[in-house]
Write a protein of this length. Structure first.
Length: 417
């Protein structure tokens, strides 16, 4: 079930579970992940743990970027935010970007080492060649190339204590003890340093179990309960959205800019085609009906509204505009052929003539999509909310086109008559 990006590192471990196909397996991968995490218990020696059920790992749904000039203050604030997230039921995989990197040795020359003509770089190169190895030859075997490395035997590379007896070569010839040439200090810094707009930054990330708490609910608790406390306790601290929340905000900002432009373009095209300023508004009036149908279908079938649901709703909007244009075009044709015909008679005739086309379009689409409502395979189950939105929206939008739209046209045209 886990799928680390780099399972070959010596500091990484992975466990993979191959699941039986349905119907042999009754539980979904999400249910198995939830049960595995619930029964796994605490792992105090593990720095970070992830459970994946899909090949594509979504970004954390609860994530914040903390900014402060002081590294110690930043670490304390990140630790308190993680501790608060741990108290929220349904929040898991809490982590930050302040994890420590690999251990490394800092070399500081002694006066004796400087007198011998040594440099930290020269000592480091010698130690690397002795313990890590130096390439001395490459051998070609068929299509493969083998590298020959020379280094100390494994017994001499087990512990850092071996450095106590190490000797280094001087620039002018001869050797001297490493302990005399340099002072060695072991240290461990952060694995990654992050800055946003030149300010030191740390991220705190977590995920939520939708069966217990939604990401919006978790973020609301963070903003209302812990963020004001951190601002008061650490002056100068800045906390902003990160991860999935920032992506959502960016998407909404983009949609807020593009959707009005698209609607204006649609209105201009429909107004030019229908030769009317108010008829495109009547066509758009079917959008609320489609949305209501999608929400009702989700409620009846027991599915949650998500991103795929809204994508299905957008597809329904296209069908609504198409059916509306077909009916209004027939209405305009009837009025042009007989200008003395009342609006109520023209609207009734247009609905009667286009009834079969609209009904067949809606019925065939609904029937064609309905088998996907029973799809429960792990590869296609994410499509079901899309189908639910389309079926619910198509049913109510079809009723709108055949029943409500002629009435709206009759009211608008009849008032002028």
């Amino acid at each position: 079930m886990t799928d680390p990006e780099d399972p070959n590192g010596s500091h990484l471990a992975s466990v993979q579970v191959k699941l039986n196909e349905r119907p042999v397996r009754q539980a979904s991968p999400a249910q198995m992940e939830r049960a595995w995490r619930r029964n796994m218990g605490a792992l105090p020696q593990v720095e970070r743990m992830e459970i994946r059920t899909t090949g594509v790992r979504p970004r954390p749904t609860v994530a914040y970027a903390l900014q402060h000039d002081d590294a110690e203050t930043l670490g304390k604030a990140a630790a308190e935010l993680q501790a608060f997230l741990a108290t929220i039921p349904g929040v898991y995989e809490i982590a930050d970007s302040l994890s420590l990197g690999k251990r490394h040795i800092e070399i500081e020359l002694t006066p004796a080492g400087e007198a011998a003509g040594l440099t930290p770089a020269a000592i480091g190169m010698q130690l690397r060649a002795n313990f890590h190895g130096m390439e001395v030859q490459r051998i070609q075997r068929g299509h493969e190339e083998l590298r020959v490395m020379v280094r100390y035997p494994h017994e001499r590379r087990r512990s850092l204590r071996e450095l106590a007896d190490e000797r280094v070569r001087r620039a002018g010839g001869g050797e001297m003890p490493l302990s005399m040439a340099a002072n060695l200090t072991e240290s461990r810094e952060l694995a990654a340093l992050m800055r946003i707009n030149g300010i030191r930054t740390a991220t705190v990330e977590a995920r939520t179990d939708a069966a217990v708490i939604t990401p919006d609910q978790a973020r609301r608790r963070v903003v209302q309960e812990i963020v004001p406390e951190l601002h008061a306790k650490y002056p100068g601290l800045t906390i902003g959205p990160e991860g999935g929340e920032r992506d959502e905000r960016a998407m909404l900002e983009t949609l807020g800019l593009l959707v009005p432009v698209v609607l204006i373009a649609m209105y201009a095209l429909m107004a030019a085609f229908l030769r009317s300023y108010w008829k495109p508004l009547v066509a758009v009036a079917g959008f609320p009906m489609s949305f209501a149908g999608a929400v009702l279908a989700h409620w009846v079938l027991g599915w949650d509204l998500g991103a795929m649901s809204f994508l299905g709703l957008i597809a329904v909007f296209g069908v609504v505009v198409n059916d509306t244009l077909v009916l209004l075009d027939r209405y305009n044709t009837i009025r042009l052929e007989n200008a003395m015909l009342p609006a109520i008679a023209a609207a009734s005739a247009a609905a009667r003539i286009r009834f079969r086309a609209v009904l067949l379009t809606t019925a065939t689409t609904v029937l064609g999509l309905s088998p996907l409502l029973y799809e429960r395979s792990d590869d296609l189950i994410f499509v079901v909310p899309f189908v639910v939105s389309m079926i619910g929206g198509l049913i109510l939008s079809g009723a709108f086109t055949l029943l409500v739209l002629p009435a709206l046209v009759m009211i608008a045209e009849g008032a002028g008559e």
